[in-house]
Design a protein around this ligand. Structure first.
Ligand code: NAD
Length: 418
């Protein structure tokens, strides 16, 4: 994320948080405690790289911010990206605290990362870098202390290296990290969990609006892990996906897109555009299409002051993190467009991570169906709590979600006497 986007996102997150602090009537001292990180650590990670036939020493900066552990061990991803910095990692760690509290799983919040473009390193160099990072971070980690996961620029292979490095001094410990390959204790269903969760929540939200899924026109921006699995699940549930997009542009068909065919076309050509029987349009145009449901599943701040007035959807389901700026959020609210907030909508990923950790502690892997069934039940229960709280307090889903999450963390802090 570039600096400008980072500022917009941090501003947006603070706005939503402070609105909930105000509506909860929290004292300043409690606000301070909720905002403060438990621990912020910065690491220098020296690695020797082979460049143009010579050994070159490079020192990378790594971070781990452990925000809050009032409700359970710190939990959060590791991001490898050239613009990773302490401020960004701190904001993302806080978001994890609210997300785990909202879905009521026994974790706190953390985030970490390395300032690096992973494409600069070959696989062996990435392995060395990751293992050095874990050697330095090892005193902070533990199955009941801090459990990393993948984030932007990291994947199941990186998690496998973390497992290996940690297990050298602690014995085989799959529960030290989630998002692992299934062969090393990863959970079945983890890959599609976030997109599947989006689909389940979307179906539930529109059922309350008397809009049958098979009559709804759906637009999804982003066709990566989250967007493609949300599209596949919604299509299987009977939804009509009228537009999809990736970084290269969008495709549209009023009659509905065959999502499986789109996936096959993308796998073959590297892009969605060019799929037979669809029109091409830009990512910006697709957001303004007439539709019932809009699912931004790519980037932050794509719905902002410039286009909020032109959005025609009845419901926006935030699959990406922070796709709607706080100014746009206000405008959408005035226009009675329902926004399902990211901390609720995309929580299927961290929920599946929790299931993975539970399976590792139990040393008992669950069946694929069982993971998805539990996930759906759990997310719908949380959605029910949030919409009930919003109705009782005459507020929107986002404020309700933040109030519930912050209230739970605050209560745990008081009970433990932090
Ligand atoms: P991904 O990298 O797999 O996919 C991203 C998609 O967005 C790709 O299709 C890419 O082509 C597209 N894209 C990139 N730049 C774009 C642009 N300028 N315009 C339109 N499309 C663009 O990522 P993902 O894992 O699917 O994550 C998507 C979002 O969901 C991110 O905000 C991520 O933080 C959030 N999220 C992901 C998970 C998860 O489990 N993967 C969980 C919670 C939140």
């Amino acid at each position: 994320m570039n600096k400008e986007k980072q500022c917009i996102c941090q501003d947006t997150q603070r706005h939503f948080l402070f609105r909930a602090f105000d509506s909860l009537g929290l004292e300043d001292a409690h606000r301070e405690l909720l905002l403060a990180s438990f621990r912020e650590t910065r690491f220098s990670i020296p690695v020797i790289l082979r460049r143009d036939g010579r050994d070159v020493l490079r020192t990378f900066q790594g971070f781990r911010v452990q925000h809050n552990h009032a409700r359970g061990p710190f939990k959060g991803g590791l991001r490898y990206h050239p613009e990773v910095n302490q401020g960004e990692v701190r904001a993302l760690a806080q978001l994890m605290t609210w997300k785990t509290a909202l879905i009521d799983i026994p974790f706190g919040g953390a985030k970490g990362g390395i300032t690096i473009d992973p494409a600069e390193l070959d696989k062996t160099e990435l392995e060395v870098l990751t293992k050095r990072f874990i050697q330095k971070m090892e005193p902070l980690l533990g199955v009941h202390q801090d459990i990393p996961a993948p984030d932007m620029g990291t994947n199941a292979q990186v998690m496998a290296w973390i497992l290996e490095e940690y297990s050298k001094s602690h014995g085989y410990t799959p529960g030290i990290v989630t998002g692992k390959p299934v062969e090393l204790g990863g959970s079945r269903g983890r890959e599609e969990a976030t997109g599947f969760g989006i689909a389940c929540i979307t179906r539930k939200v529109i059922s309350g609006m008397s809009l049958p899924l098979d009559e709804a026109r759906i637009v999804i921006q982003g066709f990566g892990n989250v967007g493609s699995h949300a599209a596949l699940a919604l299509a299987r549930m009977g939804g009509r996906i009228i537009a999809l997009s990736d970084v290269h542009g969008a495709i549209h068909s009023a009659a509905g897109i065959d999502v499986e065919a789109a996936r096959a076309h993308q796998a073959e050509t590297g892009r969605l555009q060019g799929l037979p029987g669809v029109d091409a349009l830009s990512n910006e145009e697709m957001l303004e299409l007439p539709c019932h449901i809009l699912i931004p599943a790519a980037l932050e701040a794509v719905i902002n002051c410039d286009n909020a007035g032109a959005i025609q959807a009845r419901v926006i389901v935030e699959a990406a993190n922070m796709p709607v700026t706080h100014q746009a959020d206000e405008e959408l609210r005035q226009r009675n467009i329902v926004v399902v907030p990211d901390i609720l909508a995309n929580a299927g990923g961290v929920l599946a991570s929790y299931y993975e950790w539970v399976q590792n502690l139990q040393e008992f892997p669950w069946e694929h169906e069982s993971v998805l069934r539990r996930l759906e039940q759990h997310l719908l229960r949380v959605y029910g709590e949030v919409s009930h709280h919003a109705g009782e307090n005459e507020t929107d889903l986002r404020t309700a979600a933040y109030e519930l999450a912050i209230g739970r963390v605050n209560k745990a802090i008081q009970l433990r006497g932090f």
